[in-house]
Design a protein around this ligand. Structure first.
Ligand code: SF4
Ligand code: FES
Length: 244
């Protein structure tokens, strides 16, 4: 592999020092074999600028904390290799979420709100008995697992045109979470309860179908399929109501 000298243009701004305006700061670094953006940013912080702010926990595409705009596209820094990028790399924080500083954003508040709003737990009147295994068929378990793979990175929200234009838009992660509980036969909520939450312009009707969420999800969750599932169930319920 021919050695390259990479140039990083990194967004710098600390909301705690508003007197210093936002700017792009340039750094240079020699590329090494198999270098990820996680490795590059850590080297920049250790060797050149200890004030650089960014988030990492797992380094293995599990925690979702390292999402950022990589040359304008939301993605995970720990999963992105520099060899797949040009020599000039621009790094910006994810839009939509509250900026903590530089490349660090607070996705936690947004996802906490999601969990509260969707009541993201199994609603059942049954008393839990650890001695009895509650079985379900494999395809249903697989569908729940697919939806559960969300690592709450925020890439789908940051890349969504509607979420960038209106703060109340739920976005793909939200609708994926709703679909997860609608699929689960253990959840006894009436369908209407879900639709009260998502059956609005801030929910399923706000999506304009650009499908960036589906393209950007690092876990390759079929987000457009989940949206279609929720819409289909809503239409079925509306038709049933009309028949009565
Ligand atoms: Fe990230 Fe995908 Fe979850 Fe969206 S659905 S938050 S892109 S893992
Ligand atoms: Fe956990 Fe990248 S550091 S997903």
């Amino acid at each position: 592999m021919a050695e390259r000298l990479l140039t990083f243009s990194v967004f710098r701004y600390n909301p705690l020092t508003p007197e210093i305006p936002p700017r792009l700061q340039e750094y240079q670094l020699e590329e090494t074999m198999g270098m990820s953006l996680f490795i590059a940013l850590n080297r920049l912080r250790e060797e050149q600028d200890p004030s650089l702010m960014f988030d990492f926990v797992c380094r293995a595409a599990i925690c979702g904390s390292c999402a950022m705009l990589i040359n304008g596209r939301p993605g995970l820094a720990c999963k992105t290799l520099t060899q797949d990028l040009p020599e000039k790399i621009t790094l910006m924080p994810l839009p939509v979420f509250k900026l903590v500083g530089d490349l660090s954003v607070d996705t936690g508040v947004w996802f906490r709100h999601l969990n509260v709003r969707t009541e993201a737990w199994i609603h059942t009147g049954k008393v839990f008995n650890p001695q009895i295994e509650e079985r379900m068929d494999n395809p249903t378990a697989q569908d729940i697992y697919d939806a559960e793979r969300c690592i709450e990175c925020g890439c789908c929200i940051a890349g969504c045109a509607t979420a960038n234009m209106r703060a109340d838009f739920m976005g793909a992660a939200f609708l994926n979470r709703i679909a997860r509980f609608m699929i689960d036969p253990r959840d006894e909520r009436p369908r209407a309860r879900y639709f009260e939450v998502v059956g609005t312009d801030a929910g399923v009707f706000g999506c304009i179908g650009l499908m960036a969420c589906d393209d950007l999800c690092p876990m390759e969750i079929p987000l457009q399929g989940q949206l279609a599932f929720v819409r289909r169930k809503m239409a079925q319920m509306a038709l049933c109501c009309k028949c009565k």
